[in-house]
Write a protein that binds this ligand. Structure first.
Ligand SMILES: [Zn+2]
Length: 349
């Protein structure tokens, strides 16, 4: 153990980095050079090999998050330890970053409930981000890279797989053999949900507006995929009455149909609302249907560990495309146009 740890949350992005400078969309994120320093007490300096972007970075670029520029973007990163002020890590270790910001010291953090930390946040939103050549981060945020994954894959999974894992396991208590519907199947988190649900032995169904993406959803593990318009009827028919769990991140545009897609006592678990912030709920459906409506964000360090262990047993992310750091604008534009299936990755090597 290192004797004195900074209680400050110190995530520092150094070297060449993708910096959010102006809330004007993708073009407001620019590559800049930042000074390099040695890691402070308790911190590890990681030479980032690959980072990946999320919808969060796009919201940030458009000025929709309360983040004051300049700030380096991205929550997901994988790389090689360059220097460590903590004895748990050595130069040359191949690692991935647990994408949560927390103080690690409060009662919640010490009891393993990082998501309840009063300082809880997301790397790249509540601190500097991973889209940089050298990242300083608390040693407790550093985990071994799953050996079976490439650098691009290792950078592609942390935020989405952590989020989807907690939603399906801790929150929705998905059991082998149960049926799960993943709404809006092309988003990074939804692709993670399809892969995880399948890995856990569930029967997976999906929805997407795009025929090409419905086809991809089936290729990566869904039994069937339906058009997004009024999907509940098709889901009930295909599943003989509905699914046990609906995985939601779209919100107002789909929530009504999602609640019509579950069996009596079904669970609808949500981690986002990309179609708006307020939704109308048909109340009798909620209580007559005995429905559990479950909110979830990110996940605890133990849940991250569980994802890593599943990755060693064959669970894999889906990389949509890889862009060099110098073309971070192109990467953000691909997300903005909703063209992707799976994760958009930035390569730093
Ligand atoms: Zn805490």
């Amino acid at each position: 153990m290192t004797p004195s740890r900074a209680t400050e949350i110190a995530v520092l992005s150094q070297g060449r980095a993708a910096v959010f400078e102006e809330p004007i969309g993708p073009a407001g994120v620019r590559v800049r050079e930042r000074p390099r320093t040695k890691p402070g007490p308790g911190s590890v300096a990681i030479a980032i090999k690959a980072a990946s972007i999320n919808h969060l970075d796009l919201f940030l670029a458009h000025g929709a998050q309360r983040v004051t520029p300049p700030q380096v973007i991205a929550a997901d990163g994988a790389g090689v330890v360059e220097a460590s002020a903590d004895s748990s890590w050595r130069p040359g270790d191949e690692v991935v970053v647990y994408p949560v910001v927390c103080d690690w010291e409060c009662e919640w953090c010490r009891s393993g409930q990082n998501v309840k930390c009063p300082r809880f946040g997301v790397i790249g939103e509540h601190s500097d981000g991973t889209a940089c050549e050298l990242l300083h981060v608390d040693a407790r945020n550093v985990f071994p890279k799953p050996k079976a994954l490439s650098w691009e894959e290792a950078a592609a999974f942390p935020l989405t797989f952590l989020t989807a894992w907690r939603m399906l396991t801790t929150r929705a208590r998905l059991q082998p053999g149960e049926k799960v519907l993943v709404v809006g199947a092309s988003a990074g988190v939804a692709v993670a949900a399809i892969r995880i649900a399948k890995h856990l032995g569930a029967r997976v169904f999906a929805t997407s507006r795009s025929e090409a993406k419905r086809k991809r959803a089936v290729e990566i593990g869904a039994e069937a995929a339906f058009d997004s318009t009024d999907f509940s009827k098709a889901v009930r028919e295909a599943t003989g009455g509905g699914v046990d769990v609906v995985f939601e991140h779209v919100g107002p545009a789909t929530l009504g149909e999602s609640m019509r897609s579950v069996v009596l006592g079904g669970r609808v678990v949500l981690c986002g609302s990309t179609s708006g912030v307020k939704a109308e709920i048909t109340m009798p459906r909620l209580f007559w249907g005995q429905i559990d409506l479950l909110g979830s964000t990110m996940g605890n360090a133990d849940e991250f560990r569980a994802v890593l262990s599943a990755m060693e047993k064959g669970l894999k992310p889906v990389v949509d495309s890889v862009y060099p750091l110098s073309d971070v604008v192109g990467a953000l534009k691909r997300l903005d146009a909703a063209e992707q299936f799976g994760k958009v990755v930035l390569s730093l090597s």
